[in-house]
Design a protein around this ligand. Sequence first.
Ligand code: F6P
Length: 560
Amino acid sequence: MTSSTALVCDTEAWKDLKGHVEDIKKTHLRDLMSDVNRCESMMLEFDGLLLDYSRQRATVETMDKLLNLAKDAQLTEKISRMFNGEHINSTENRSVLHVALRAPKDAVIKADGKNVVPEVWNVLDKIKEFSEKIRSGSWVGATGKPLKDVIAIGIGGSFLGPLFVHTALQTDPESVECAKGRQLRFLANIDPVDVARNINGLNPETTLVVVVSKTFTTAETMLNARTLREWITAALGASAVAKHMVAVSTNLALVEKFGIDPNNAFAFWDWVGGRYSVCSAVGILPLSLQYGFSVVEKFLKGASSIDQHFQSTPFEKNIPVLLGLLSVWNVSFLGYPARAILPYSQALEKFAPHIQQVSMESNGKGVSIDGLPLPYETGEIDFGEPGTNGQHSFYQLIHQGRVIPCDFIGIVKSQQPVYLKGEVVSNHDELMSNFFAQPDALAYGKTPEQLQKENVSENLIPHKTFSGNRPSLSLLLPELSAYNVGQLLAIYEHRVAVQGFVWGINSFDQWGVELGKVLATQVRKQLHSSRTQGTTLEGFNYSTTTLLKRYLETSSEPQM
Ligand code: F6P
């Protein structure tokens, strides 16, 4: 067992796993896959989902040892502490309760002794009412026209999750029907090019701007919000802001100061981490405006189903726990620093970018939750693309270069099936043929002997050999409805938490993003004084001075 200040690497279970690595190195997935009992024990079904982790470099013994690690890392207690609203985000002295955002109305989840579920539902009810008004046209813009287009301004956690869900639903038949005649766009980057792209083709008269920021201080979001406020007021006058701009934030005082009517502000709470906020008004407001509340409610229900599974299922059958433990195994024991997220679904094209933030901002830490430097790496480098696009891009490296554990995500029923008469298979079957083939190509590879039998010329044999023994897991979803999208989100959120709990870090703070923001403030001040008063550059090193000098001398930025 770990005491509060001990590191998990000092536990017996960790040391046991370290020793076990040598046993696993002697195995090959080709052989492991021929053990049907092993494979059977590595299949898991829950609420329509099928998880197959038999292509992990793990035996039944490995799984037992990982479950021992969970015990030594006090995983059960840590999960309970999260659901019980304890301040497990200790460096910010906050609870971590994104599970409350999708809890049923009658659930009781407490933060600081108070049940937060009624507050959550107050905001959800307000979103429902507001989005119905906008969608029905009973709320109109300053010139009396219905608001059919929405631009959601926000960055990081106030952007990536909602974008992922929106992209996933864009071709879901039910969602398509509900979104007829409407557009939802996302403005994140402070690059003015992103503003230009977002407003292109939109009319301020028919556009609603939703400013999404937990703090309402994020530099990019606030400047983008001022830029779109200007876009609206230039066209419709200052009073139009009340009809055309609403906000989502935990900081309602700053929302009002910005000029947005507090009645048109949608709250959330400091116990919701930015990257875990898609189920708060951050995601639910823009998504309800686009698809209607009933679709979005299904998304919340899918996430809630996984929350309950995560909270109550024994670890050996618990999807997020097993996935989290396997990720720890891959990173800390087998030494694989990266992970590829490979959905065989174009609708999930924004899933990897979202999980990049959820995972890397959560678990990319250098010290334990108690501030001790870690003698082991945490987090993994996440990247990914939908299949089959990725196959024609970076899969070469995954097959014959570095070993990168892969998550293959497949969908049984296409959102948009196509079958052309005379074709061998439907278009979705064609896609899924690749989903089923790639994991075996990685696991089995191809030996020189096989190539010789195929009469491949000797000089090409080394180039055409595939070592195999490359781990992956496959997750099969019945379809990509709002409900399933919610399930997928929650699986990954909890998996990341499991990893962090085992590594003994704080997965819910993000101090690593602060330093760059501070230095940017210094540069911003310098740019202002150099441009307005011709002040010479001061306080920067040789490199930055040279770059800044070149930028100031040659740029043609509009002068203030
Ligand atoms: O810079 C990182 C970060 O703090 C993220 O954690 C957060 O999701 C994002 O910025 C946006 O913050 P806010 O919602 O407060 O604008």
